[in-house]
Ligand binder design. Structure first.
Ligand SMILES: Cc1cc2nc3c(=O)[nH]c(=O)nc-3n(C[C@H](O)[C@H](O)[C@H](O)COP(=O)(O)O)c2cc1C
Length: 222
């Protein structure tokens, strides 16, 4: 796949098929993601991947956790509130997805259903949880490294014919993930990622987001 095709074809997938990706292929993809750059090459990402039965068990725990505690208890604060152009883009993305999912903005129950899809990993047979060492928790630059790793991972998945959804929502219950994956509290959970083969018959996967004009985000000086 051409690099530009991988970038353009990646999208946040919100419906997956149950088929498992072979372990050897997973290892190749995650090794490729590890080629991402990082400050001083510290490679601060620590990733736990749950597949098959382990993924199903985690899905059940996540769904129970969000039902019991809708605010979550993330390691990193998250308000989900934006203003100005950022809020406009947020609303546009939410409305576009809901339209494809058949969710009316005023229908609280359907909106809850859409939100709950996150905690069920959109039915994916795999989920990755990306931690960083607690000592780096206040280091914004190190979180940037994890972002580079995550995007490299998503592009590697796209290149392999797979799809993914990066999810802050999957960081809402770090203690659940730490306990299930045997991670001690010297690691903080930044984000999760559902991934697998996309269900192309689900209308949620028809949704594509727009981007702001280049001039809104980038200034060239000569
Ligand atoms: C760090 C991060 C966290 C995200 N968290 C969620 C999430 O919890 N749930 C979700 O459905 N989408 C989530 N997204 C997906 C974004 O909504 C999506 O990337 C954005 O709308 C652009 O759409 P695209 O990925 O299809 O290009 C997240 C994306 C990123 C990069």
């Amino acid at each position: 796949m051409q690099f530009s095709d991988a970038v353009n074809q990646r999208y946040s997938c919100r419906a997956f098929l149950p088929d498992l990706v072979p372990q050897q292929q997973l290892e190749q993809i995650f090794a490729l993601a590890g080629r991402a750059p990082s400050n001083c090459n510290v490679q601060p990402w620590h990733t736990h991947v749950v597949s098959g039965a382990a993924c199903d068990a985690m899905r059940e725990k996540m769904a129970a956790a969000i039902t019991e505690n809708p605010a979550g208890s993330p390691d990193f604060a998250w308000s989900g509130k934006f203003t100005g152009p950022y809020q406009e883009r947020q609303i546009c993305a939410a409305l576009g997805l809901w339209e494809k999912q058949g969710v009316d903005r005023k229908d609280r129950a359907k909106r809850d259903w859409s939100w709950m899809r996150n905690f069920k990993f959109f039915d994916a047979p795999h989920a990755a949880f990306i931690f960083l060492p607690t000592g780096f928790a206040e280091e914004l630059r190190i979180a940037g490294d994890v972002g580079m790793y995550a995007q490299t991972l998503m592009l590697a998945l796209t290149d392999a014919g797979l799809a993914s959804c990066p999810q802050t929502s999957l960081s809402f219950f770090p203690d659940v993930v730490r306990e299930a994956c045997g991670v001690d509290d010297s690691f903080r959970l930044l984000m999760g990622l559902s991934f697998g083969y996309p269900d192309l018959n689900d209308p949620a996967n028809e949704f594509r987001t727009e981007r702001a004009p280049l001039s809104d985000t980038t200034v060239f000086h000569q």
